[in-house]
Design a protein around this ligand. Structure first.
Ligand code: ADP
Ligand code: MG
Length: 253
C-alpha cells in the first residue's frame, strides 16, 4: 500500500513529542518544619519538583534528610508550611481535610513498608478494598491485568498468612494500582524484605510503570534500589542535592 508520509508543518515537526504532558505532580517552594522555637527542625527547605507522568522516580538521601516528609506532603498525607503542590492538576495545599481524603482515595496509591493487609481477607479482597471503600465497581479487566502482571492470579484466594513476604508486598502493590491512581507512592517498600524479594518487588514496581503505564514515586535510602527508577532525586537536609536521569553512573555523582 502506497501512502505518503503525513504532512508535517515546520511547527508540528518541531513540537515536543509529548507537548501536552502535564507532570503528575508539580511542587514549588515547599517548606515544612516540625516543632517550634529552639527545638524546630526544618524537614523541607524550599523544594521545587516536577514528577513526570508514566515514569518511575526515586527519592534518596540519608536518614533524616526529609524523604518521608517529602513523600507525605506530595501525597497529601501531611501539610506544608509554604509552597504549592499540584497533583493531577489539582492544587492540594489548600484542600480541606474531606477533599484531601477523597483525593488520596481516588488519585493516589500507597505502598508502605509495613504491609497493612487485613489478615482475615483474601488477597483479592485486600486488593479491591480501596474500591469497596469508595463504593466503586471493580474493573475486572484492569484487575486481571494488574494481578496477572504481578503474578498473583493463582494466589487470589489466599489469606496473607498463606503468602510469602514478596507475595504480600505484591498484593500491596496490586491494591495500590487497582484504582488506576494518578500516582503510586512507596516509602521504603522493600525495607522489610530479603534481597531476593527486594529485587522482585522493585521489578514489579518497574513493570507497573513500563507495562501498565503507572506513575511511581519511591523513597529509598539504598542506591541499588533507587537505580531501578528512571530518575533519582537526592535530598540532603531537606533540599534537592542532585537530580539524575537513567542511565546512572556507578555511585551517582
Ligand atoms: N513527626 C515529626 N515530629 C518531629 N520531627 C520530625 C517528624 N517527622 C520527621 N521529623 C524530622 O524531620 C526530619 C526529616 O525526617 P524524615 O522526613 O522522616 O526523613 P527521612 O525519611 O529522610 O529519614 C528529621 O530531622 C526528622 O527527625
Ligand atoms: Mg523515612
Amino acid at each position: 500500500m502506497s501512502r505518503s508520509a503525513p504532512v508535517r508543518t515546520q511547527d508540528t515537526a518541531s513540537a515536543p513529542a509529548n507537548a501536552d504532558a502535564r507532570p503528575a505532580i508539580r511542587a514549588r517552594g515547599i517548606t515544612k518544619s516540625y516543632g517550634t522555637g529552639a527545638g524546630a527542625v526544618t524537614a523541607l527547605d524550599g523544594v521545587d519538583l516536577d514528577i513526570a507522568s508514566g515514569r518511575f522516580t526515586a527519592i534518596m538521601g540519608p536518614s533524616g534528610s526529609g524523604k518521608s516528609t517529602l513523600l507525605h506532603v506530595l501525597a497529601g498525607l501531611d501539610s506544608v508550611d509554604s509552597g504549592s503542590i499540584e497533583l493531577d492538576g489539582i492544587e492540594t495545599t489548600t484542600l480541606k481535610d474531606r477533599e484531601l481524603t477523597l483525593l488520596r482515595r481516588d488519585r493516589i496509591g500507597f505502598v508502605f513498608q509495613s504491609f497493612n493487609l487485613l489478615p482475615m481477607l483474601t488477597a483479592r479482597q485486600n486488593i479491591v478494598l480501596p474500591l469497596d471503600l469508595a463504593g466503586r465497581r471493580v474493573d475486572e479487566a484492569w484487575l486481571e491485568t494488574v494481578v496477572g502482571a504481578l503474578g498473583l492470579t493463582e494466589r487470589l484466594d489466599h489469606r496473607p498468612a498463606q503468602l510469602s513476604g514478596g507475595q504480600i508486598q505484591r498484593v500491596a502493590i496490586a491494591r495500590a494500582l487497582v484504582t488506576s491512581p494518578a500516582v503510586v507512592v512507596a516509602d521504603e517498600p522493600t525495607g522489610n524484605l530479603d534481597s531476593r524479594t527486594t529485587d522482585e518487588v522493585l521489578d514489579f514496581l518497574r513493570l507497573s510503570v513500563d507495562e501498565l503505564g503507572q506513575t511511581v514515586v519511591m523513597v529509598t535510602h539504598e542506591r541499588d534500589a533507587a537505580e531501578h527508577a528512571d530518575r533519582i532525586i537526592s535530598l540532603v537536609d531537606g533540599r534537592i542535592d542532585s537530580d539524575e536521569q537513567a542511565p546512572f553512573t556507578a555511585g551517582g555523582r
